[in-house]
Design a protein around this ligand. Structure first.
Ligand code: SAH
Length: 349
């Protein structure tokens, strides 16, 4: 058991807070004040809730805590990318990354401790999935990385990508709740247009997310244009094959009107032929989309190699010939293992 067994007050919804305050004889507006401190001002202690009577703060303190995740490691890359190691309340570790680029400050955040998927090219895949993160632990990463962006670069966060450790659509309830607190007017008030969720492609959950009308952007880790190839590198393809994923994306597009981003890690001598490009273009023609061609970041003991710059350019041109919008994405933070697919808690254990 963790030594502290008090509940995080943030696990209560606003309605539950109001009900609790009614029980202890406190007026409703006090519950609203507490809600504001927790989600709008994102304070990490009751002491900071300065408009509450001291007695009330003490009462809350006796029953609850606010378990903000703790920064235990911070590494800065030569390109300005900063990787953070966070310890969560039960001693597990997760990672988050701040990626500064011109006026953009992007936070890449984790949704699970470890990952249950076993994509062959990803370092996080080597870890077991220990547990889902609670929505407030996801929220904390945003708050802390925003604070760090202001400290280091004098600018607030402008974008958030759910592209850290874990599969967000396998922890959908918490991911959704975190997005609500990040975007709502009585939360951090960020625009959902500045949030991107990246998924391995869980068809059922993509449809659910379309129905829920979150208004965020969607990126799908496609990485190969045929089931035969995709199945070799992403075992999830056995249960969520390309047809199913594309169906779900069509549904997403119909519901949201949003274009989808296909992520495609370029692996040397694996998914970079003219035929691959044609097959990928055919997928793109079914749903309005663009392709991000991602430079592969070698992982320890991995058996793949990065595609050469020339072959990547040819692949991009081939896609463009078929009317597909494609960008080559260089990775940031490679020198500190902060790039895509490299989050593996080398420090945290
Ligand atoms: N589970 C989600 C979120 C992780 S996002 C998903 O798979 O989409 C991380 C992104 O980095 C994914 O597109 C993933 O496929 C990609 N990635 C993983 N390993 C990589 C590597 N070694 N080099 C480059 N990109 C990688």
């Amino acid at each position: 058991m963790p030594e502290n067994t008090k509940k995080d007050i943030r696990s209560l919804s606003e309605e539950q807070l109001i009900a609790l305050f009614a029980d202890i004889g406190e007026p409703k507006f006090r519950a609203k004040q507490v809600h504001q401190w927790l989600w709008q001002k994102a304070v990490a202690s009751f002491e900071q809730m300065t408009n509450l009577p001291k007695l009330l703060r003490e009462k809350l303190e006796a029953q609850f805590e606010i378990r903000e995740i703790e920064v235990v490691d911070e590494q800065i890359s030569q390109d300005g990318t900063i990787k953070f190691g966070f310890r969560v309340f039960d001693g597990e570790f997760i990672e988050g990354v701040l990626i500064p680029k011109d006026d953009r400050m992007t936070a890449c955040i984790s949704s699970q401790v470890g990952c249950s998927l076993t994509c062959k090219f990803c370092a996080t895949a080597r870890l077991d999935r220990k547990r889902n993160l609670d929505f407030f632990e996801i929220f904390d990463q945003v708050v802390i990385i925003d604070r760090k962006a202001r400290q280091h670069y004098g600018k607030p966060l402008s974008n958030i990508v759910y592209m850290g450790m874990g599969e967000p659509l396998l922890n959908y309830a918490n991911v959704k709740r975190s997005i609500e607190h990040i975007t709502s007017a009585d939360g951090l008030g960020m625009s959902p247009k500045r949030i991107t969720l990246s998924t391995v492609g869980i068809s059922k959950m993509i449809k659910k997310m379309a129905d829920d009308d979150l208004r965020i952007n969607l990126a799908v880790s496609l990485h190969a244009p045929t089931n035969a190839k995709r199945g070799q590198i992403m075992p999830i393809n056995d249960s969520n094959d390309i047809e199913g994923v594309v169906d779900a994306l069509e549904y997403w597009h119909q519901k949201t009107g949003n274009r989808v981003t296909h992520e495609y890690v370029m692996l040397s001598h694996f998914n970079e032929t003219e035929e691959d490009a044609k097959a990928l273009a055919a997928i793109c023609q079914r749903v309005p989309s663009k392709v991000n061609l991602i430079e592969y970041n070698p992982i320890d003991g991995g058996s793949y190699e990065r595609t050469s710059g020339n072959r990547a350019m040819n692949f991009k041109r081939e896609l463009e010939k078929h009317g597909v919008i494609a960008n080559i994405r260089r990775s940031r933070g490679k020198d500190i293992d902060a790039a895509c697919g490299q989050l593996a808690n080398k420090k945290g254990g």
